[in-house]
Design a protein around this ligand. Structure first.
Ligand code: PLP
Length: 404
């Protein structure tokens, strides 16, 4: 493809995507095709000679798009939102176009692992100093970490990957991990000869968007010299608004803090940001002797702070979003989404068939009154698109990205 064709292909593709957004409301959220449908439609063999981009674009429309679930449809209500915005899309184009590798952005699950590894190494170092008769391996065998049973499954997985026992502690009735529960667990483990090394606190749990009590947990971690990692993957974006910052009271105690701009801050997947109090800890934890780039002109070797050594330059699209929306635009977006959740909560509460179990940030957990089976039946009906149910329940949401 020459540069003139690239211009045409690129412009036609942007037009295609703009049309897609203009019509997204009319498209079924869930793909209507049978799994395996592509087998009959697409050629089995790679083409021997190259084909014109026009044909490829046409096939994207005809064959690929019908097989997709439309995560950005305003009618998509599953899981957490996947952020998206026009500046984010253009940012994505630029970061591919400029092709530069960056070294500094994780995903939430990986950040938890990095935080945990830092905690392990710091605890091993500190324990070695005080217990000259113990070896590193002996200490590692005694380490234990803590999180709540409401934390994301990736936290348990981090324990698995780091070969550290990860205690899933019970929460209070609001889904929040409290200091007394942590303190009891630490006491029990220390009495059994184990060594606590890390606590992973969640601000905005996946199930109910609950907030662990960071202040209580932080004071304990600080006193016991335990690494405190905060997983604020979804809800962290809300701290752009001062009125929600009370939920991260105690943040001064954290050693590492992660949130996903790709979840709620208008940046396309993937983009997750990790903050570290002291980057020396992560350098100590992840440094290996045989690195390719021995000398760096930067103050820090950022690629030492993470597991892969190269990444796409995702900071660029985050920068696009921050520049083009500004702090106020991001705040407006968060507040608007929370107001939509409040509106939905109001609708659910004013319908006496429903009860609202939890409403936190953009998440509203609700159910039909009575047995769980009824709610399950309703969900099945929604999935099967039984018309009467849809008419009764479908809420028209505004095309928020066109407003912003
Ligand atoms: C979504 C989520 C994760 C996982 O994030 P990835 O970036 O997909 O790894 C972890 N923790 C919480 C609380 C989440 O909401």
């Amino acid at each position: 493809m020459n540069i003139e064709e690239f211009r045409e292909f690129g412009k036609a593709s942007v037009d295609y995507i703009a049309d897609y957004f203009e019509n997204i409301r009319k498209i079924e959220v869930i793909s209507q095709v049978e799994p395996g449908y592509l087998k009959n439609d697409l050629s089995e063999k790679a083409p021997l000679t190259g084909e014109p981009w026009q044909d490829v674009l046409q096939d994207v429309d005809k064959f690929i798009v019908p097989g997709l679930t439309h995560w950005h449809s305003p009618h998509f209500h599953a899981y957490f939102p996947t952020a998206n915005s026009f500046p984010g899309i253009v940012g994505e184009l630029f970061l591919s176009g400029l092709g530069s590798l960056s070294k500094d952005w994780n995903a939430a699950s990986e950040s938890t692992l990095v935080g945990l590894l830092c905690g392990i190494q710091r605890t091993v170092r500190n324990t070695l100093k005080l217990n000259l008769h113990l070896t590193k391996e002996q200490i590692k065998g005694k380490l234990v970490a803590y999180t709540s049973k409401e934390s994301n499954s990736s936290v348990e997985k981090a324990g698995l990957l780091a070969s550290v026992a990860m205690r899933l502690l019970p929460t209070d009735e609001n889904g929040s991990l409290r200091g007394n529960i942590l303190l009891d667990a630490i006491k029990r483990d220390k009495e059994a000869g184990l060594i606590p090394c890390c606590v992973v606190a969640t601000l905005g749990t996946t199930g109910t968007c609950a907030f662990d009590n960071l202040e209580e947990l932080g004071e304990i971690c600080n006193k016991e010299d335990i690494w405190l990692h905060v997983d604020a993957a979804y809800a962290g974006a809300a701290f752009a608004c001062p009125e929600y910052r009370y939920l991260m009271k105690g943040v001064q105690y954290t050693d590492s803090f992660n949130f996903n701009p790709h979840k709620w801050m208008l940046v396309n997947s993937d983009c997750s940001a990790l903050w570290l109090k002291n980057t020396k800890d992560v350098e100590e934890a992840l440094k290996v002797k045989s690195t390719l780039s021995k000398s760096s002109s930067f103050e820090h070797d950022i690629h030492q702070w993470q597991i892969p050594s190269s990444r796409r330059f995702r900071a660029l699209k985050l920068w696009f979003v921050i520049r083009i929306y500004g702090v106020e635009g991001i705040q407006k977006h968060i507040r608007h989404q929370i107001s939509l959740a409040k509106y939905f909560e109001h609708l659910a509460r004013s319908d006496d068939r429903f009860e609202v179990c939890i409403s936190s940030m953009g998440l509203v957990c609700f159910r039909l009154k009575g047995e769980d089976r009824l709610t399950q039946d309703l969900l099945d009906k929604i999935f099967k698109k039984e018309e009467d149910i849809l008419d009764a329940l479908l809420l028209q949401r505004k095309n928020w990205w066109l407003d912003l």
